[in-house]
Design a protein. Sequence first.
Length: 478
Amino acid sequence: MRALVDHLPALVAYWDRDGRNVLANHAYVEWFGLTPEQLRGRHISEVLGERVYTLNLPHISAALAGERQDFERTLVDSFGRTRHTQASYVPEAVDGEVLGFFVQITDVTAKVEAERDLDEAQMVAGVASWSWVPGEELASWSPQLYRLAGVDPEGVEPTIESGLRLVHPEDREMLRASLGETTHEPQDRELRYRIVQPDGEVRHLVSRLRVERAPDGTVSRLRGTMLDETSTQNAHVEVARVNDELLRANRLLSDTMGMLGHDIRQPLAVTLGYLEHLRGHVAATEPEVLEQRLDRVHAAARRIRRLLDDVLSMATLDSGHLKVGVATVRVDELFADVVSELGEVDTTLLAVAADSEPGLEVASDPFHLRQSVVNLAVNATRYGEPPLELSARGLDGHVELMVRDAGAGVPDDLLPRLFTRFARGENQSARSTGSTGFGLYLVRQLVEANAGTVGYRPVAPTGACFTITLPSASQPAQ
């Protein structure tokens, strides 16, 4: 009997009702670094040590009360190695009286460490696993599954239904049906679905379901693995977004280059044409004609300069490095500068309105404001009809600048996107109008960078009025 007990791989011992050792096999005495003679008769507290004895005392008391005890404990053996064990205390009772209890301890260190390695591997890989035996209420969930679902193992029972409750409502019935269908199919199934964590975060999973069958063909167990591919999904979405932005940027660049080529070519052709003519005919040209042609060359050059200013401003805005230097700008001087700037236009068509309030000042970057008003004035000369007027009025700590014309106004189809980049009406194009299509967009960006707003309103019976509203430099807002 002794030889049989000594050859058991488990630790086996017997302790009497007083807690003193009666029997221990070879594995048991070796574990604690004692001989059988040293162990026999010793109290269990001396063998286990005060800490482990205190932990085990409830189980010892229960065993001596006639209740079998099964529990897990991490111990340090006589060689200083940390070992994971499963212990059973089995009472010995004769005629209802407990005489002592048997102890069986199984070293499960290899199993625990393998499970821990698996858990760590699953955590690193973002993989979780579960299994379920049909007919049983509880399933088995890996620790990574709890982490993946964002739930506390103590707060959620591992059942099929509790798992389904974690699934996104839109995917839940599909997964429920797939679980039922899997039991009738010989092949593994791969499914993609979403789960919703308690904080509302949605995770994208790819899951493989596998059926284990008994010899008679009935389902003995369902196993599943789940891979968190949320990062991959997010990466795909981000790549798609970046690709869309690149395509849009390429289209915008192509559109811009085409429009710039058209817009620069016309004033450049005028400049080169007049200079070519004047090069050999200056002496023979009447002074008035010469001055007129030089004015046109100058006007064409200013038009090219304005276009380049707009392009550089757009590039600065897109880079996020627009610098704003706010100063006090006199409105009457600004309007005079704008009228002078548009020298290539018949100046009798553009004037400062008689009802414009004198002495108004705004707080703005002077270059941004001049560029914005010039763009609105050029827009009026291209699309409007005379008279074209510049006017201003004070509005409760702000100044409203207005550019008005008597044309047909803005087409209805253009109103919702009037101040967007490359906005044009359905029957307009940059090549037919000589417009880049980003003038109004640039005006809005520059004005808003200076704490202002832009707007549009129709003028009865016909006409358009574009407005720029900026803080007054001399009268603070109420």
